[in-house]
Ligand binder design. Sequence first.
Ligand code: SAM
Length: 226
Amino acid sequence: MNEDNLNSLRQKVKDLALDYQKKDDFTGWFEVIYTEALEDAEQIPWAKMQPHPCLENWLKTVDVTNQTALVIGCGLGDDSEILAAKNAQVTAFDIAPSSIEWCQKRFKNSSVNYLVADLLALDDSWKNSFDLIFESRTIQALPIPIRREVIAAIATLLKPGGTLLIVTRLRETEEISEGPPWAVSEQELSQFYEYGYQEISRTPYVDPNNPSILPEKDGRVRASFL
Ligand SMILES: C[S@@+](CC[C@H](N)C(=O)[O-])C[C@H]1O[C@@H](n2cnc3c(N)ncnc32)[C@H](O)[C@@H]1O
């Protein structure tokens, strides 16, 4: 996709998110993006149709066989599928029904349990039940006024001793920039400590398609928590 098309797609996302936010609806716009894409992944600005390199690289260093894995805001399913290919027992959910339908069409024989669900309204039975949680760019897609709620919802899903992997942009100050995405601050990330998490590693990542976003500033990181 050329730069002009990408910029107009990003502007569409910002405008839609803002329109919905005015109605106090922080998530309704995702379904609009997926349905209006008419199964053309180029119309989904975050869809790369391949697993995130941070997850791919991490999976070279660990064995996730038989682990229960949860993928939050799974989008078009590539991260879920690589976890399944590594023999994890994967549940993947998204709030947008059309994204889940799309995953099911793309990966017909998948072992992944794809579900429509809202992170902010999950069944209590999911609490403390996953060995591995992967969240890529969903925290940053939700606005800062609900960030505490979003992080609390994620934090309670992991089994004691499990691993949470986050891929997100970071912002250096508490100042709120225009989004989406709304990069995550250190202070927001530290909310995980309140739930007993410890940060065990952080890997800066430069998106080759977006090298202007440097890890030192408005950076993407993979943070693993224990
Ligand atoms: C920026 S996209 C990232 C998708 C995917 N994780 C990736 O990295 O390609 C954010 C995803 O989170 C989903 N999402 C947003 N809010 C959600 C919520 N409350 N519960 C579940 N999924 C949500 C959206 O529908 C969207 O698919």
